[in-house]
Design a protein around this ligand. Structure first.
Ligand SMILES: [Zn+2]
Length: 421
């Protein structure tokens, strides 16, 4: 059976992608649903949530499609009259409701989520983007979420601010938190909200802030000026580094901000524990780039979705430690060689190994080589100027722009992308 979870169906390792699937039918999807939710964790050992709430639909919309999400069991009603979605998972405004006013769909039920997107361990629970715990409507715009968490004494929740919409669902962490640490740079203010017992290395907080300033300078305003930063236990046992942005919140693994990293799997490439610093910074800068890429900027190829953030990760480390980026390039080249050396453009993002490596590693390597050729800052400006003209560009848009600006380097550009004309 095909389960329809539509815009929530694209995954990646850094677990971020806002690419939606638009389903062509007669429904008007151009509106922003407004959710009002009460979320109660049903357990602190499994990521299961009891959820009650409603979603408000504008008055001009008579029919909506509910996402069919396999881990959810919900019942729906309007004005306390039970409503079941029809065979197409659509709900229609009942005739007893006034036509001239917005209408509300109420729901209650249980959601049983799974790692790595959502996990409960060590007195903490996290739920990341693209893994909705609440019912969702299939629309072409982001939804707004007003959430109350029903928690045991001593616990609280960290989520993005409700004035920001999300087209990749909710994201939050439940834990016993310390008092937030507030910091400020020229373009942003920050709230670091960490569970009891964790402190971040100053070095990584200041790298994060310098990188946000740089991305702001090169890519413009991401739509917010206040950033919330948290840490979760995702991948902790394996010493992984990861991060997951949503709205104005970013949740990193503890390892990204100074905790233990395990690079022993890369020993064969000459990469040692001393390189952990570079990998942490690459992941931090990559994930911060998703505040722009995947939200403000989309793109038709995998390299636009994940290759650009990964390249920006390399670029940020190169800016900070110009002579030390070699370990990261070696790692990238190793992955590049694992799959066919054919054209990098023209492939969508996907989670099978070939599409995944093509997007993250072949894409970022091509960009890094071009950046070395023309200057990284010039390349980033070229990329963002193409996106400013077209939010969902094709490779030809970048190709034409490069050809116009650097006609004598076009052969090297094509070679880096492995394209032939
Ligand atoms: Zn990513």
């Amino acid at each position: 059976m095909i389960r329809k979870i539509a815009r929530f169906s694209v995954f990646c390792l850094c677990l971020f992608s806002a690419q939606g699937l638009l389903i062509a039918n007669e429904l008007n999807r151009n509106f922003a649903p407004r959710f009002d939710l009460i979320v109660r964790p049903a357990s602190f050992s499994r990521p299961t949530f009891a959820i009650k709430g409603s979603v408000t639909v504008p008055r001009h919309i008579d029919r909506v499609e509910v996402a069919e999400i396999p881990w959810q069991q919900f019942v729906f009603s309007t004005d306390r009259v039970d409503q079941a979605p029809d065979a197409a998972w659509q709900l229609t405004r009942p005739s007893f409701l006034p036509k001239a006013a917005p209408w509300k769909i109420e729901f209650s039920g249980l959601s049983s989520l799974h790692p790595p997107k959502s996990e409960a361990s060590g007195d903490e629970i996290y739920c990341l983007n693209n893994c909705p715990p609440n019912p969702e409507l299939l629309v072409d715009r982001g939804s707004f979420y007003k959430v109350k968490f029903d928690l045991p004494a001593g616990f609280s929740a960290l989520s993005f601010d409700p004035e920001f919409s999300s087209s990749i669902g909710l994201q939050f962490q439940i834990a016993r938190f310390q008092k937030p640490v507030h910091r400020k740079t020229a373009a942003f203010s920050y709230a670091y909200v960490f569970p009891e017992g964790f402190s971040a290395d100053e070095d990584y907080m200041s790298f994060l802030e310098t990188t946000m300033e740089k991305w702001f300078e090169l890519l413009g305003n991401p739509g917010f000026r206040h950033v919330k930063v948290g840490v979760i236990r995702r991948g902790e046992a394996k010493g992984e580094i990861n991060g997951s942005p949503c709205g104005n919140l970013i949740l990193f693994s503890r390892s990204a901000l100074g905790g233990r990293v395990d690079l022993s799997g890369l020993a064969g490439l000459g990469i040692t524990a001393d390189d952990a610093d570079l990998f942490r910074k690459m992941v931090i800068a990559h994930e911060l780039a998703h505040f722009w890429f995947g939200v403000k900027y989309a793109g038709q190829d995998g390299w636009m979705v994940e290759g650009i953030p990964q390249y920006l990760g390399l670029y940020a480390v190169w800016m900070k430690h110009p002579g030390r980026v070699g370990a990261l390039i070696k790692f990238t080249e190793h992955l590049d060689r694992m799959i066919p050396q054919d054209a990098i453009p023209g492939h969508p993002f996907g989670d099978d190994q070939i599409l995944y490596i093509k997007a993250y590693y072949q894409g970022s390597l091509a960009l890094f080589r071009i950046g070395e050729l023309i200057g990284h800052e010039k390349l980033v400006k070229l990329l963002s100027s193409v996106f400013d003209k077209n939010k969902n560009p094709a490779f030809a848009d970048f190709d034409n722009s490069f050809k116009k600006q650097f006609p004598d380097k076009h052969d090297e550009w094509s070679a880096a992308w492995r394209v032939q004309y």
